[in-house]
Design a protein around this ligand. Structure first.
Ligand code: GLU
Length: 447
């Protein structure tokens, strides 16, 4: 395959959610697997609803997920290209003005339905004479513009869904330009895909019908060029089968980040759900990319449970090496020679990254030592080995105590853990004890 060029084209009319992240990640991983380029293209021709704030937030969310675009474009800055494309379509008789109001169209649809006909636009506007149009214009009506579809079946081989086809007789001629002159998504998308030499359009299967229209537009605008290949993936749906809308606030990438879920946990769930690969924790997008293949995406709905982010976050943290988290720890003032050994000891015990600070306090700060059985703790304090301490100190000490105090199992270990860490459970004490050090251990044992 020659190096692919793909694009993620969100509308900056809201925050992106985990379903949008799925589209971005699938494109990104596909590009990276084949040494290609990933373009972020803001679909912001809907001026009334698009904002710079949402565009900026989408960039932040993608960066958090590790998705770094090779280029960023805004469609609002490229209108000249779309005007030129529209002019070509007009000149070729493929774009025609229509004057119906939404109410008139709705009335016609109802009549068609009542007569058992499909609600397809009847092309009444194509039958208007110049005089009719002039009259409508004089009444103050401004046209919207429709693309005249060629009759027939459009076929393509979808990289996920296999051979696909859509009969254009079942489709209305799509509106490309609104009454106020602004473009709907369809034409700018194709004009840009041609201009940016997009090789693969990878997007959710809610766009399958658009593909028939867009393939006709490709042929109309760039008859010599090879259109991109298309891949339509399944959409993430909730456990109860409900779809995710952009307004599903709790599943926005921003709120998942605020809840402390790990970016790689979100990325793994967003990408691997609904594929033949098991959803499993990964350290990085490179790691995720090693398992990911677009052909593994299933045609069944991608049913997912946001609660899986709990386990995945826990497992992701357990995979991180110290290098993976060194900077994040430094930002929490976790530095010095204890940072790495403590990370390695505690990473398997974290629900959230910030939980690490609890263990950092155990070795570097003050805690409320739990004091169960003070006599035993006093005896344990007396038998604390002399320094230097290492990973074997814990077993040397507790073997000695076991004989001296005649205790074993929970009766031996539990009071020690509670006194030394203030917690009922946690990382291996063999690793923690040398990091706590003799002076702190002694003070916690004697109270
Ligand atoms: N803005 C469209 C969307 O977010 C883009 C679809 C496409 O990739 O062509 O659904």
């Amino acid at each position: 395959m020659t190096s692919p060029i793909v694009r993620f084209a969100p509308s900056p009319t809201g925050r992106i959610h985990i379903g949008n992240a799925r589209v971005a990640l699938i494109n990104y991983l596909f590009a990276h697997a084949h040494n290609g380029r990933f373009i972020l293209r803001f679909d912001d021709t809907d001026f009334a609803r698009s904002t710079e704030e949402f565009a900026a937030a989408i960039e932040v969310d993608l960066a958090w997920l590790g998705v770094a675009p090779d280029a960023v474009f805004r469609q609002s800055a490229r209108v000249a290209l779309y005007e030129a494309a529209a002019a070509k379509l007009r000149a070729d008789g493929r774009l025609y003005p229509c004057y119906e109001t939404p109410e008139e169209l709705e009335k016609r649809r109802k009549m068609q339905q009542a007569r058992g006909l499909p609600p397809v636009y009847d092309r009444a506007a194509l039958r208007l004479s110049d005089a009719d149009r002039a009259k409508l214009a004089a009444e103050g009506r401004r046209p919207h513009w429709r693309f005249r579809l060629e009759p027939g079946v459009v076929e393509w081989v979808d990289l996920i869904r296999g051979p696909s086809h859509i009969d254009c007789a079942a489709l209305s001629d799509p509106v490309l330009i609104r009454e106020d002159g602004s473009f709907l998504y369809t034409l700018p998308s194709v004009a840009d895909d041609i201009d940016m030499k997009i090789t693969h359009v990878i997007r959710g299967e809610d766009h399958v019908t658009n593909t028939a229209v867009q393939l006709q537009l490709f042929a109309a605008l760039a008859p010599q060029a090879t259109p991109p290949l298309f891949a339509h993936h399944n959409l993430l749906i909730g456990a109860g089968g409900e779809g995710l809308s952009k307004r599903t606030g709790s599943l926005s990438i921003g709120s998942l980040r605020e809840e402390g879920f790990e970016a790689m946990a979100v990325a793994a769930l967003a990408t691997l759900t609904g594929s033949s690969d098991n959803v499993h924790a990964v350290r990085s997008l490179a790691d995720l990319g090693r398992h990911f293949d677009i052909s593994h995406i299933s045609r069944n709905p991608a049913r997912f449970d946001p609660d899986d982010l709990e386990t995945l976050t826990h497992r992701t943290l357990a995979l991180f090496t110290f290098e993976d988290v060194r900077e994040r720890l430094a930002a929490l003032d976790v530095v010095g020679h204890k940072a790495e050994p403590l990370w390695l000891a505690a990473r398997g015990n974290l629900r959230r990254f910030d939980d690490f600070l609890t263990w950092w306090r155990v070795v570097e700060g003050e805690i409320d030592a739990g004091r169960e059985d003070p006599d035993f703790l006093a005896q344990a304090a007396e038998r604390l080995p002399a320094e230097p301490w290492d990973d074997s100190t814990w077993s040397t000490w507790t073997s000695d105590l076991k004989t001296a105090a005649g205790r074993k199992g929970k009766a031996l270990f539990h009071p020690l853990r509670l006194a030394l860490t203030g917690a009922e459970s946690g990382p291996e004490l063999a690793a923690l004890l040398p990091l706590i050090g003799r002076a702190k251990a002694l003070a916690r044992l004697v109270g």
